[in-house]
Ligand binder design. Structure first.
Ligand SMILES: *Cc1c(COP(=O)(O)O)cnc(C)c1O
Length: 374
């Protein structure tokens, strides 16, 4: 009777025949590294996003690492990132010898706040907005500030495969194609998930694509010719085959997430002190997570878990308050909107196979919490 936060088993059951055949084909060919499925998936994912290039890499973290490395980010550089995100947005900046500059987020969306970015853009060498929970950051406003400063934007689209952003020019673009580069994760629980670690970088820039390709595979330009010191950040053939089998169902799965999210929002409107997800005009998200806010977060979380409902928190500690980044000395209270999100956010179960009945049980349990405990 319990309802998990995500249900990967249910997703596999739906696509089992195609996925098993794809895996068997790779095993039969024994081309586990750089097999033909890698380039095939890259072409198909580029087409899905509407990008000139997609370069398969080992993980979403590797995608951020390679995009920033290919843009020449290095020691002494400063890179602006939202403080409310998963730490993988930030670690690659540190690996490259650069320093993250944590920026506060929009109270309504949890994404990088352009107004806050404007006040800290001096000295920044790149900006990495995050399309959090499958919603979109305010790309046009962010790009305007970055363009004026002459620095590139790299989208962390790890949670936003297929999300759509309509800019002031009226053109609709998918996540990962508005800025210089987009970074995707195919971590198993993401909207498009592999059976292990996998990721991709998207870009329309031919030279940047070529550099990412070289860097992901030991700085190689031929089998034993290494132009630069690169990385071991390739996409596995097996993962590419799994991703190809799943990509065709992604748009329908995203639509199902949208419809479930709208149902959540109808059933939870006006319940307790809940703040429901916001979608500003021109942005069409893919609801990687359904995240509400409440001042009673910890009590509601315990109440739901006690009743078999797998609620979660993404993310309980903003990155500037993580021990790993204590050395930067950003004090508590410095980024109040990010800190409020971390204190109040709660993710309810959401995945394409969630049934209307399961969803209704979640919303009635949330409602009961506010009527009794809240
Ligand atoms: C999942 C995720 C990443 C990292 O992706 P991995 O594939 O796990 O390395 C980066 N940024 C965000 C926002 C993510 O959600």
């Amino acid at each position: 009777m319990s309802i998990p936060l995500v249900d990967l088993g249910a997703a596999y059951a739906r696509q089992r025949v195609d996925i098993d055949a794809a895996i068997a084909e790779v095993i039969g060919s024994a081309q586990f590294i750089n097999g033909p499925q890698v380039a095939q998936f890259e072409a198909e994912f580029a087409r899905f996003c509407g990008a000139r290039h997609a370069i398969g890499v080992g993980s979403g973290t590797a995608a951020v690492h390679l995009a920033l490395a290919a843009l020449g980010i290095g020691p002494g550089d400063v890179v602006a990132v939202p403080a409310h995100t998963f730490i993988a947005t930030v670690e690659p900046i540190t690996w490259l010898g650069a320093t993250p500059r944590f920026v506060d987020v929009d109270p309504a969306t949890g994404c990088l706040d352009p107004e806050a970015l404007k006040t800290v853009i001096d000295g920044v060498r790149a900006v990495v907005p995050v399309h959090l929970y499958g919603g979109l950051a305010d790309l046009a406003a962010i790009a305007e500030i970055a363009d004026a400063a002459g620095v590139p934007v790299v989208e962390d689209a790890a949670q936003a495969h297929g999300a759509q952003y309509t800019g002031p020019d009226g053109t609709a673009r998918r996540a990962g194609t508005y800025a210089r580069a987009g970074c995707f994760s195919f971590y198993p629980g993401k909207n498009l998930g592999a059976f292990g670690d996998a990721g991709a970088v998207t870009t329309d820039d031919d030279r940047l694509a070529q550099t990412v390709r070289m860097l992901r595979d030991h700085g190689r330009v031929a089998k034993y010719e290494h132009l630069v010191v690169g990385y071991a950040h390739r996409l596995d053939t097996l993962q590419a085959a799994v991703l190809r089998a799943k990509l065709g169902g992604l748009d329908a799965a995203n639509e199902r997430r949208r419809s479930l999210a709208q149902r959540y929002s109808r059933l939870l409107a006006g319940v307790g002190d809940l703040a429901l997800p916001a979608e500003p005009p021109g942005r069409r998200g893919v609801h990687h997570l359904y995240v509400v806010r409440t001042a009673h977060r910890d009590e509601l979380l315990a109440y739901l878990r006690g009743r078999g409902i797998g609620a979660g928190v993404h993310y309980p500690v903003p990155i500037h308050r993580q021990p790993a980044y204590a050395h930067l000395g950003v004090p508590a209270g410095a980024l109040p909107a990010a800190e409020a999100w971390a204190r109040e956010c709660l993710s309810l179960p959401l995945y394409p196979e969630l049934t209307e009945e399961q969803l209704a049980r979640v919303t009635s349990t949330v409602t009961a919490f506010f009527e009794t405990a809240g």
